[in-house]
Design a protein around this ligand. Sequence first.
Ligand code: SF4
Length: 325
Amino acid sequence: MILSAALYETMDRCPRRFALEKTHEPVTISPVAMLYAGVECGLTSSDPCEGARDAIRSVAADKDIDSPNLAAMSAVRHVGLMAEVIALALRRKVGMLKAAAPVSMGEHQWTPHLYETTQGSLRRIVLVPYIDDDVLRGYAHSWGTVGEIAALRRDVTLTFVAIGPQRLGRRHSAWTKCYRHPLRTSVLRFGRRKGSNGLTSGWLEVWREQVDIAPNRWLDQMDNDGVLEDMIQSRRIQFREDDFRVQRASEDMLKILPQMEVATTESPMRRMSCDSVIHGPCPFQPLCWSPVPVDMEEMPHLYRWRKDVTPASEEPSFYPSFCSS
Ligand code: SF4
C-alpha cells in the first residue's frame, strides 16, 4: 500500500472527501495549491525562477484557477510572479533541494512530501498567510510533520513562508507589492529603513505585475529593507527513538488504515472541515452543500475522473492497490 501524510490529513479532515478523492478531482485548483506547485518545482530546478514559471504554466494548462474575485489570467500571473520570487528566496536560504525518496514502512511504502538539502537534512515547505506561535505549533503537530518523522525516522525542518492574507484574489505581502518613489519611479521600498523618516504619502503602492522588475532585484530590495527575515522562518523537529509521540503516531497510522478502506462518499459530512482559514474551502462544497441531491457526474464542469482511474472500468486503478494490503 502506498501511504503519504496527505492521505492521513485528508482522512482526518473528512472521510467523505477521502472517498471522493479516490476517483475524482476538481477541474479547478486553488491559488495556494498552484503557488505550492510553482515554488516546489522551482526549488528542485537548476534555475528556480524558470522552474517556478514552467510549473505554473503547466498547471494552468491542465486546470482552471479557482479565482472568483480576479480574472483567471491576472490570478495566474499574480501567483506565478510570487512563486518565482519565493522559490529564489528559498534557494538562496537553503540551497538546491531534491525530492525525498520513498521509504518502506513495514509492508507498506511511504511517499514523503519533503525535500532533501545537499547536506542531507529534510525540509518541509509550508506556505501560510502569517507566522505566529499557533501556526508553528499547528504544523508541528500535523501528519505532514509527525507522520513524516514516524515514517522516515529522521529530523524534519519546517520552513515557513508568510505569503500574506488573500483579499480580492491577491496576496498582500512584500512578495507581491511595494512602494514606488513619487518621482524616481525606479526606486522601490518595502518599508521604512532604520533612521529614515519613513515613506511620505507621495510613495505609491504598486503590485509586482505593474512594474517591470526582475525577481532577483525585487528580492535584493526586500532584503535591503529588512522585511525578508520575518517572512521565512524555520523550526527543526527532532526525531528520537524513545519519543512516545512518534511511537503513538506509528500505531495510529496502522489503526487508521482500515478506516480508510471503509470511507465512502456517503460518510457523514465533517462540517467543521468544509472551510479552513489556511487551506481555503473544500473543493467538494458544490456537491455536499447543494440544496438538492446531486451526483458528481452531473457536474463535469467542476469534477473529472482522476487520470489514474477510468470510468469504464469503474475500478479505480490506485484504489485496489491502495487497499489491497
Ligand atoms: S465539503 Fe465538507 S463534508 Fe463535503 S467533502 Fe468537503 S469537507 Fe467533507
